[in-house]
Ligand binder design. Structure first.
Ligand SMILES: Nc1ncnc2c1ncn2[C@@H]1O[C@H](COP(=O)(O)OP(=O)(O)OP(=O)(O)O)[C@@H](O)[C@H]1O
Ligand SMILES: [Mg+2]
Length: 451
């Protein structure tokens, strides 16, 4: 008997320790079974208490009355499926007549407390069927991407959503995106994760990093072209516009439409071309975009206009030519001059890290969703990397990218260096390598800190 008690105490202590230090392991070891049991046992009473039950059908009441049986009870939504996942539980519910998805959405917080879960979200799958996703612990505190993720060309698993699902950056669905955030909020780490995700794919990476190249140049081995100052950036963007025109010529040449070509075979973008002819898609990553839009003096103003015009053209026409823009900055509003709001309107994907004021959040979501603006302002400063990402349907999610260090990213880019395509138009911007490894070499002597 004492032996059993000792084992029990040990198991409880181990569970407590795991729950504290490694919530993800705790969930897999104990949490998932306990939570499933709790949901199944408490389901009826919780739904009743949350006001999610409906009265029995009239004929049942009438039947009970005539046969003198006990009155049937109110019924909660029927559970179609209960699926445990790596981070929580997914409950699929069939609504009863008279209920709607909003009833469930309005009761989410009550459900969360009643089932002792960390977070609960819901969405309507089809008429009358609602999926309730519950997480057992704070999945964004220490982001761990699932070991196997669905991969498709040009679709990068870049972060984890609050409900435990994977957030993808799908370039074919959303060609261009804007990432905003105050300084030190995690924009560059997010962009680094994109590079890491794109590195193993058949894609050319082009980087413009006006922060003297500190973020992107260490990853140079996987980049087909890099620019670290506005002058080079202007030339690089012009070269991209030229390439875009060439790709359009190629698509035109392939069209040769005659009456007997089936509709599906008429090429209107690079993905319709046969594999052997398809030009490599290009992702253009711009870090600190404001550096490209600021100017002092007439000469620089001309350069700025040239850069913004090229960016607007790429954003307007790039998609079909397989050129995708990924722009990061601290602010991106009309104060940066003409053309900026026009460019912003073309950047469909929006992600906002922590921002210091409402105007910055409005630059990302003001024209999309007021809720998302509020959520972006509320991101706490100590949780760097948390962001609000808009999705194509107008909804939004809290996401956080895994904390990939520069070293990990460098290693991965070096491993996939042989995949770097050589694009003749961009050859002058191809980064040169001094040594065998892409070690960042300090060109200025490090001076001792004076603080
Ligand atoms: N997803 C994340 N998870 C954990 N920590 C993160 C995450 N993203 C960023 N951080 C932390 O925040 C620090 C700053 O991130 P990052 O360099 O990406 O900020 P930034 O927004 O690019 O800032 P700046 O505007 O100054 O370039 C990182 O060094 C890292 O320690
Ligand atoms: Mg940065």
């Amino acid at each position: 008997m004492t032996g059993f008690a000792v084992v029990l105490v040990l198991v409880v202590a181990a569970a407590g320790l795991l729950r504290w230090r490694r919530p993800a392991w705790y969930w897999l070891a104990f949490g998932v079974a306990l939570a499933t049991l709790r949901v199944l046992v408490r389901y009826g009473s919780v739904m009743d208490a949350c006001g999610l039950t409906v009265l029995p059908a009239r004929w049942r009441l009438a039947l009970a009355r005539t046969t003198n049986r006990p009155m049937p009870e109110s019924r909660p939504p029927r559970i179609l499926r209960l699926r445990p996942t790596r981070t929580g539980l997914v409950l699929r519910l069939k609504l009863r007549p008279g209920q709607d998805a909003f009833d469930i959405a309005a009761a989410l917080d009550r459900l969360r407390h009643s089932f002792s879960m960390y977070g609960v979200t819901s969405r309507e799958l089809r008429s009358g069927v609602v999926e309730v996703r519950m997480t057992g612990y704070d999945v964004l505190k220490r982001v761990q991407m699932p070991a196997t993720v669905e991969t498709r060309p040009m679709r990068v698993p870049v972060a984890l959503r609050q409900d435990g699902s994977v957030h993808y950056r799908d370039y074919r669905a959303i060609p261009h995106a804007l990432t905003l955030g105050a300084t030190e909020s995690g924009k560059s780490v997010y962009q680094r994760n994109l590079v890491v995700g794109l590195a193993p794919m058949d894609v050319a990476l082009v980087g413009i990093d006006c922060k003297q190249g500190v973020e992107l140049f260490p990853l140079a081995r996987r980049f087909s072209a890099l620019a670290d100052n506005p002058d080079t950036a202007a030339e690089l963007l012009d070269a991209l516009v030229t390439r875009m025109a060439d790709v359009y010529q190629l698509i035109r040449a392939q069209q040769r439409i005659t009456v007997d070509v089936p509709d599906a075979e008429i090429a209107a973008d690079i993905w319709d071309l046969p594999d052997e002819l398809r030009p490599t898609p290009i992702v253009v990553l711009v870090d600190e975009v404001a550096e490209l839009a600021l100017f002092a003096g007439k000469e620089e103003e001309k350069r700025r206009d040239r850069i913004i015009t090229a960016l607007v053209r790429l954003a307007q026409l790039g998609r079909a030519a397989g050129i995708y823009l990924e722009i990061c900055g601290q602010r991106f509003g009309s104060e940066l001059g003409k053309g900026i709001t026009m460019l912003r309107a073309q950047l469909t994907g929006r992600t906002a890290h922590r921002v210091n004021d409402e105007t910055s959040a409005n630059m990302a979501f003001g024209d999309i969703s007021p809720d998302a603006v509020l959520a972006a302002i509320q991101i706490p400063a100590e949780l760097r990397g948390i962001a609000i990402a808009g999705d194509s349907s107008g909804g939004w999610h809290r996401i956080r990218a895994p904390h990939t260090s520069l070293r990990q990213a460098v290693n991965l880019c070096n491993r996939h260096a042989d995949r770097t395509p050589t694009l003749p138009e961009l050859a002058p911007f191809r980064p040169a390598f001094a040594g065998p490894a892409a070690e960042p070499v300090p060109s200025v002597k490090p001076s001792p800190a004076t603080a």
